[in-house]
Each structure stands twice: as structure tokens, then as C-alpha cells.
Design a protein around this ligand. Structure first.
Ligand code: 5GP
Ligand code: MG
Length: 476
């Protein structure tokens, strides 16, 4: 077994202190949470099924291909301008593409001079999960086609985004895509033998375990069997869970009162439920109040672990006050890359420190000059000419420094993804995704088996965090 170690992205990262020992129940999402897919394979397949549908519309998409690294989770589709945008925690766009073309600095500024990127604004659609990547790729490629007047039946980018959403949705529900996954799970699933043990540890530590997935029963059963049964001895995956809810229809599961049915046979035969939900059974649909009643616990007794920032984490936290954990598999690769960049990052910070000091010096000189010219304020010890010479010298040094900074800043900005950089950062600042994670996910991690490290008895403490007015280390 691989022991999770620091520097590999295999830790549990804590935003809000969480006492695992005090939890009474833990719910798990399935897709991209308990089961991790090879993103390139899964999304290529989804892309192909969408392509079939678009070709039927007579759209010229035959030669188009899925580009797995072109987009990342946490970006926003701007359905008005046909852009895909990465914003910082304040909602200011920092990078963007129009269609497949990267927007230059001035274009970006003028496009969003009066427009913040807000999650609550229906104009923008957040890429919440790894299932969003093929859709983002399609959107960008189709915007190019629309700009060239090649798409019939859509008037603008908004129309296009609605139609694409419909086609992606249909590709997911029509059944052929899932049938292909079920027929060859080895092609699509990246197994993690440690996940079963992590859940077993929690179960034996007295937690009630739940599976709450939007996938339908037949798919859930096939995938869980493939991903868990080989790593369990003397039991099957179903015995791990006290409650199994399929076709949960999250986020409505957390916000509405959908009807519930019991799944009474392996083939998925349904029965109407008249009594409270009972532990040990499989249900379809339903809603959170029924589950809390069945478990005999509620709110912060329960931790829910999922990969969908909105459907799994935001609503369960905001509406139900459940404790929440977000799974971000991309972090693993990212943390490794950031670690390997440590020395370059340190050099960059030192150079930026120097630059800041010089800029401050330059501002002081300029002010002295202004006061001399304006004939006000304290008398300067240098003449106007001396000040100008000093400013020119400083400008040269700053230019020299910028030459050193530029390649380092560029390299740091392309860590993890060449177009968009790191998931949780925009330059030095936090990204919009980071803000959402901070707000709604009590903890986050790259995969569920990272729970093995802290054990089910751990007290996960949040770090103190930093504030702009904290004294700098080394300050007198
Ligand atoms: P969960 O993550 O809740 O276990 O399940 C996610 C399910 O939602 C998977 O079955 C996946 O195929 C499905 N899914 C992902 N994206 C879409 C989508 O855009 N439309 C629909 N209808 N289903 C989706
Ligand atoms: Mg999921």
C-alpha cells in the first residue's frame, strides 16, 4: 500500500476545522469521487457522442478533436461573448479565450471593463467538474464556427450554449455512452485499491456510510463492483454502505422534495416507499430530509464528499449545513509541479521584493520633484537635476529587473496548465475556484483514499491563514 506523503498532494487540506471522530455519517458521491475516470478517455468518448449529434444537425464538425488539456475545471463560460474565462477571487477576469483564440491583455480589459464574472449571473456557466471539459472544448470550437457563419439554427453564443448543453445532456442520458464504459471499465477507470480500505476504516470506526450518486442503478452497480469488489475480502461493495441512493438528482436532492422509490432487484425494479427509509436498502431519488430521518442524524453530524463544486458541495453546505469535502484530483499533479518549482518561485519572490522597493523609491523621487516644481512641502536635499538623474538610473535598473522577472513569471504562470495555470491561483491571487472551495468545502483533497493518512479519528485543524496586515517575517 502506498503511504500518502507530503509534497505529493495526497493530504487532506483543511479550510474549516473538522473533527472526523465526531462525525456520525459520511456520504459519498460516486463519479469522480469514489471512482476516478481517466479524464482523457471518458471525455473523448463524451465528445464523440456529442459530435454524432452535432453532425446530425448538419454542422461541419467532422474533423474536430477533443483537446484534453485545453480547458480546466473552475473556468466560466461567458454565454454572451462566446468566451471562456478564468477569474480571480473578486470576479475579475485574468485570462480568457474567445472561441479557441487566447485574448490579449487589452482585449480582455476592454471586454470586461464593466463586467464582473459572477457565479449567480445566468450569463456565466461555471465548469464545476471534470465532466465539463468536453463541453468547454465543444463550446470554444463551435464559437469559431459560429463566427465564421457555419452554424445553422443558432443566432448567438447564448443560443449555442443552450443547444450544446442540451446535446451534452442527451449524450449522458441516452445510454450508449454508459454502456460503452460498463463494457470496458478497464479503459476508463483508474482504480485506487486504497479507497475500499479507507471506507472500511470509517465504517468500523462507527460511521454510517452512504452512497449518494446521480448515476442510475445499473451503472452504479456495475462500476462499484468493478472498482471495489476486488479490494474487499469477504464482502461486496454494497455491504460497505448503510444507505445507497441512486439517481439522486443532486442538487435538487438537497433543495427539493423529490419522490423516493426502493430499488428491490438487481435489475432495478422499483417499489413505492411508504415507511421511513431503512438502513441497508437501495433507493432511487428522494431528498435529504428522508435520509436524515433514516439515519437519525442531521446537519453537521454528516460529512458529504463529492467532486461537483455546486451539486455536491455548495448546496449541501449552504442549504443543509452538512460538513463538506471536495475531491479535486488535478491537485495531485499540480502540487507536484509546484513543489518542483520551489526554487524558481523563491527567486521570483525575491526579485519581486526588489522591484517593489525600487518602485517605492521611484515614487518618492517623483513626489520630491513634484513638490520642488509646485513650491510646497519640505525642502528636498537634492536638486531637480539630481532627482531626474536618480530617477533615470532607477528606471534602467527596473528594466533590467523586468528582463529577469519575465521568464520566471511566465514559467510560474504555466504551472499545471499551459493556458490557464494553476487551479486555485490567478497570478499571486486566489482564483474564483479557490474562493468557492474556501467558502463551501470544509476540507478538500485529491482523492478519497487520502483519508487513510489522518485516520477516522483525526481532528483536522485549519491553518491560521494570513492577512495583509500580518507582520512580515523578518520585519523589525
Ligand atoms: P455522481 O457524480 O453524482 O456520482 O454522478 C454523476 C452522473 O452525472 C454520471 O452518471 C454522469 O454521467 C452524469 N452527468 C455528468 N454530466 C452530465 C450532464 O451534463 N448531463 C447529464 N444528464 N448527466 C451528466
Ligand atoms: Mg461526481
Amino acid at each position: 500500500m502506498t503511504e500518502p506523503t507530503d509534497g505529493t498532494g495526497r493530504r487532506i487540506y483543511t479550510n474549516r476545522t473538522l473533527n472526523l471522530r465526531a462525525l456520525r455519517a459520511i456520504g459519498y458521491d460516486m463519479d469522480y469521487t469514489l471512482i476516478h475516470y481517466r479524464v482523457k478517455e471518458w471525455e473523448s468518448l463524451a465528445y464523440r457522442y456529442v459530435k454524432e449529434r452535432l453532425l446530425k444537425r448538419g454542422w461541419p464538425v467532422e474533423s474536430m478533436e477533443f483537446e484534453p488539456d485545453r480547458f480546466i475545471r473552475g473556468l466560466m463560460i461567458d454565454t454572451e461573448l462566446g468566451n471562456i474565462v478564468k477569474a480571480n477571487r473578486f470576479g475579475y477576469p485574468k485570462r480568457a479565450t474567445h472561441g479557441t483564440r487566447v485574448l490579449g491583455f487589452d482585449e480582455l480589459r476592454s471586454a470586461y471593463a464593466r463586467q464582473m464574472v459572477e457565479l449567480s449571473d445566468p450569463r456565466f456557466r461555471f465548469l464545476n467538474t471534470l465532466f465539463s471539459l468536453s463541453e468547454a472544448c465543444w463550446f470554444s470550437q463551435l464559437v469559431d464556427c459560429l463566427d465564421e457563419g457555419q452554424l445553422s439554427g443558432v443566432r448567438d453564443y447564448r443560443d449555442l450554449s443552450h443547444l450544446l448543453r442540451f446535446e451534452v445532456d442527451e449524450a449522458h442520458v441516452e445510454g450508449r455512452l454508459k454502456a460503452e464504459i460498463v463494457a470496458h471499465p478497464e479503459k476508463f477507470v483508474e482504480l485506487d485499491p486504497d479507497t475500499a480500505l479507507a471506507l472500511l476504516d470509517q465504517k468500523r470506526a462507527g460511521k454510517k456510510l452512504m452512497l449518494i450518486t446521480n448515476s442510475e442503478w445499473s451503472y452504479t452497480q456495475a462500476m462499484m463492483q468493478y472498482a471495489f469488489d476486488p479490494f474487499l475480502t469477504g464482502m461486496t461493495w454494497q455491504a460497505l454502505f448503510d444507505l445507497i441512493i441512486v439517481d439522486a438528482q443532486k442538487p435538487a436532492f438537497f433543495t427539493a422534495t423529490n419522490p423516493i422509490y426502493e430499488v428491490v432487484s438487481a435489475e432495478g425494479l422499483l417499489r413505492t416507499v411508504r415507511r421511513p427509509v431503512e438502513l441497508g436498502k437501495v433507493y432511487q431519488g428522494g431528498h435529504v430530509a428522508l435520509i436524515e430521518e433514516g439515519l437519525g442524524c442531521s446537519g453537521d453530524d454528516i460529512l458529504y464528499v463529492g467532486d461537483h463544486l455546486f451539486g455536491d458541495v455548495q448546496v449541501s453546505k449552504r442549504i443543509q449545513r452538512w460538513r463538506t469535502a471536495l475531491v479535486l484530483r488535478e491537485l495531485e499533479h499540480e502540487v507536484e509541479e509546484v513543489s518542483s518549482f520551489y526554487d524558481a518561485q523563491k527567486t521570483l519572490e525575491a526579485l519581486m521584493g526588489e522591484k517593489e522597493a525600487m518602485e517605492q523609491q521611484s515614487a518618492q523621487l517623483r513626489l520630491k520633484l513634484q513638490r520642488i516644481q509646485g513650491g510646497y512641502g519640505p525642502r528636498a536635499s537634492q536638486s531637480e537635476e539630481e532627482l531626474r538623474d536618480e530617477m533615470a538610473a532607477l528606471r534602467d535598473r527596473l528594466q533590467h529587473l523586468d528582463v529577469q522577472i519575465a521568464p520566471l513569471a511566465k514559467a510560474v504562470g504555466t504551472i499545471s496548465n499551459p493556458y490557464w495555470g494553476q487551479l486555485m491561483r490567478t497570478g499571486n491571487d486566489k482564483s474564483q475556484l479557490a474562493r468557492q472551495v474556501e467558502r463551501y468545502a470544509d476540507v478538500y483533497m485529491s482523492r478519497v483514499s487520502n483519508f487513510l493518512g489522518p485516520t477516522p479519528f483525526a481532528y483536522l485543524r485549519s491553518s491560521r491563514g494570513s492577512l495583509p496586515h500580518d507582520p512580515l517575517i523578518g520585519d523589525p
